[in-house]
Design a protein around this ligand. Structure first.
Ligand SMILES: *Cc1c(COP(=O)(O)O)cnc(C)c1O
Length: 511
C-alpha cells in the first residue's frame, strides 16, 4: 500500500542546510571538496607514476615509529593527515600495482577501481540484505560469474573477502549436504563417522584452515600425490579413496585446483568431477587464480570440468586485477547455502515493502551479516572493460610467462623447476661449484636483494626440497622489458652472491 500524499506533505523535516551538530561532518563542505580533490590528485599521481619508483622499500625505524602513535584524544587537521599518508604510508606499501611486482599472486589493481571505491564509500552501504540498488548489483555480478563458469540457473553465491573465506563457505555447504541441516544443531555428530576431503599435495593452505575451522580437522584433508607437472595424480586419488571407503571413511569432497599457488598447475578438473561423481561426493574447485581464465578463449578449454563443480571459490583481486579485497563463492545448489546459513532473528525480520524487503538477504547465504559494497568495483570493472579486454590481458600475461620460461631455459645459470600452466614461473640460479644448501642461500639472498634494491619483488617457495624463485606475472602493467630486467638482475645478483658463497666455503676449508 502506498503512503498517502497528505502524510508526506504534513511531516515536518529539519532544514537540509542545517550544520552537522556532531562536528564529525565538515563544517565547510567546499573546503572538504578541495581536500578530497587533493587526495584524488595524490592517488592519480601514485598510480600514474608507479613504474618510476622502487617496487618496495623498507620503512626506516623513524618512519615506522611515526605511525605508531598513541590513540589520540583530540583531532588533527585532515589535510595534515593526507600529507602524512602521502609521505609516510604510500611510499611503503606492498607495491603490487608496480609492473615488477611478481610475488605470491597479487593483482595490480585497476584505475577504475578508485572511482568505484570512492563512490561506494560515499554510499557506505551494508549488503547484508534489504532492498537497495547495491544488493541488486551484487546479485548481478554473482549471476555474471555463474554464467561465465557455465553453472546452471539454480546456482548462486556471494562475494567474500577472498578464496580463503569462499572455501569455508563452500565446504560448509558440502558438510550440510552430507550431514543434513541437523549439522547446524548437532554439530559434527550429525555426520555419523569420519569424513575425508581429497586434494593434491599442492593445494593451497586455506583448505586445511577451512577443515580446521569447520571442525573436520586438518587430518581430514588427504594430500594426494602429484605428477611431474604438479597436477593431482588421478590414480593415486582413486587408490586413496578406495582405501578410505574400505576403512569406513566417507568422502566429503574432492577438490581440484584451477591454478595451484606454487606453480600454477591446473588439475584435470573433468577427471576430478568424474571421481567425485562416482563416489557420490561434492566436487569443489579452488579457482582462486585461474577460474577467471574462462575470459581468455585460448585458456578456457584448460578449465574443462569447472562447469561440473558443486562449488567454486575464486578471487577477483588476483588475475582479474580488481582492488583488494574481493573473492567469490558459487554453489551449484544455492539452496544449500540458505540451508547452511539462513536464519534471521526478530531484529532482522523482512517486510513486504520498505527497506526491509528484498528477500533473500545475502546474510542468509554466508556467515557474515555486515558486508561492504565490493560488488561495485567488480561491476564497474566488467562494465568499463568487458570480458574480452580481461581475456586479452590474461593471454598477455601468459605470453610474458612463456617469454620468461624461454629466457630461463636459454641461460646456463638459470634452471626452471616446474612447467608453466598459467602465469607462474619457478626458477633457480645455479652454479656447478655450489651444493644445494649453498644454492638455497644464494637464491634466498637474490630475492631479498631484489626486494631491498626495489628492482623487483618475486617471492620464494620450495619445490622438491629446493628453494625456488617464484615469479607470478599476475599484473596487467608488466611489460616484456620488466621480465628482461628481472632476468638480468637475477643473473647479476647470482654471480655476486654465488662468489660470496664460494669465498666463504674456501675460507671454511682453509680454516
Ligand atoms: C590466494 C589463493 C588462495 C587464498 O585466497 P585469498 O583470496 O588470499 O583468501 C587459495 N587458493 C589459491 C590457489 C590461491 O592462490
Amino acid at each position: 500500500m502506498a503512503v498517502p500524499s497528505s502524510l508526506t506533505r504534513a511531516a515536518p523535516l529539519p532544514q537540509a542546510s542545517a550544520p552537522a551538530e556532531s562536528g564529525l561532518d565538515p563544517a565547510d563542505w567546499q573546503a572538504y571538496r578541495r581536500l578530497l580533490h587533493d587526495a584524488v590528485d595524490i592517488a592519480v599521481d601514485h598510480l600514474a607514476g608507479i613504474a618510476d619508483g622502487p617496487v618496495w622499500q623498507a620503512m626506516s625505524p623513524e618512519d615506522r615509529a611515526a605511525l605508531r602513535r598513541p590513540l589520540p584524544s583530540v583531532g588533527t587537521d585532515p589535510a595534515a593527515l593526507v600529507e602524512e599518508i602521502r609521505t609516510g604510508v604510500m611510499p611503503y606499501a606492498v607495491g603490487n600495482p608496480h609492473p615488477r611486482f611478481f610475488g605470491w599472486v597479487h593483482g595490480g589493481g585497476l584505475a577504475g577501481g578508485l572511482i568505484a571505491d570512492l563512490l561506494a564509500s560515499a554510499m557506505n552501504a551494508n549488503l547484508g540484505g534489504r532492498d537497495h540498488a547495491p544488493v541488486e548489483i551484487e546479485r548481478t555480478v554473482v549471476d555474471w560469474f555463474r554464467d561465465l563458469f557455465g553453472l546452471p540457473e539454480g546456482a548462486g553465491g556471494l562475494l567474500v573477502s577472498g578464496t580463503s573465506m569462499a572455501t569455508v563457505v563452500a565446504l560448509a555447504a558440502a558438510r550440510t549436504r552430507l550431514g543434513g541441516v541437523r549439522v547446524r544443531q548437532e554439530g559434527l555428530a550429525a555426520l555419523a563417522g569420519p569424513v575425508a576431503i581429497y586434494a593434491s599435495s599442492e593445494v593451497h593452505g586455506s583448505l586445511k584452515k577451512a577443515a580446521e575451522l569447520l571442525g573436520l580437522g586438518a587430518a581430514a584433508v588427504r594430500g594426494v600425490p602429484v605428477d611431474a607437472a604438479f597436477r593431482i595424480d588421478l590414480e593415486a586419488l582413486h587408490a586413496l579413496m578406495d582405501a578410505d571407503a574400505a576403512a569406513g571413511v566417507r568422502p566429503l569432497a574432492v577438490v581440484g585446483s584451477a591454478g595451484t599457488v606454487n606453480t600454477g598447475a591446473v588439475d584435470d578438473l573433468d577427471g576430478l568431477a568424474d571421481a567425485a561423481q562416482s563416489a557420490g561426493c561434492w566436487f569443489h574447485v579452488d579457482g582462486a587464480i585461474g577460474a577467471v581464465g574462462m575470459m581468455d578463449p585460448a585458456f578456457a578449454p584448460r578449465l574443462k570440468g569447472l562447469e561440473r563443480a558443486d562449488s567454486i571459490a575464486f578471487d577477483a583481486h588476483k588475475w582479474l586485477q580488481m582492488q583488494y579485497d574481493c573473492g567469490c563463492v558459487l554453489v551449484r545448489d544455492a539452496g544449500l547455502l540458505t540451508d547452511t546459513f539462513g536464519e534471521r532473528q526478530a531484529y532482522l525480520a523482512g517486510a513486504a515493502r520498505g527497506l526491509a524487503a528484498g528477500d533473500p538477504w545475502f546474510c542468509e547465504s554466508g556467515p557474515e551479516l555486515s558486508r561492504g559494497f565490493r560488488a561495485l568495483r567488480v561491476w564497474f570493472a566488467l562494465r568499463e572493460h568487458g570480458t574480452e579486454a580481461f581475456g586479452r590481458m590474461m593471454a598477455r600475461t601468459r605470453r610474458l610467462a612463456a617469454h620468461l620460461a624461454e629466457r630461463v631455459d636459454d641461460r646456463p645459470d638459470l634452471v626452471r623447476l616446474a612447467p608453466v600452466d598459467l602465469t607462474i614461473v619457478c626458477l633457480r640460479w645455479v652454479h656447478p661449484g655450489l651444493d644445494d644448501a649453498a644454492l638455497d642461500r644464494v637464491n634466498q639472498a637474490i630475492v631479498e636483494d631484489l626486494h631491498e634494491t626495489g628492482i623487483a619483488a618475486p617471492s620464494t617457495t620450495r619445490l622438491a626440497g629446493r628453494l625456488a624463485i617464484r615469479v607470478s606475472i599476475s599484473n596487467h602493467r608488466t611489460r616484456q622489458a620488466d621480465i628482461d630486467a628481472l632476468v638480468e638482475a637475477i643473473g647479476a645478483l647470482g654471480r655476486l652472491r654465488g662468489d660470496q658463497e664460494r669465498i666463504r666455503a674456501a675460507a671454511a676449508d682453509a680454516g
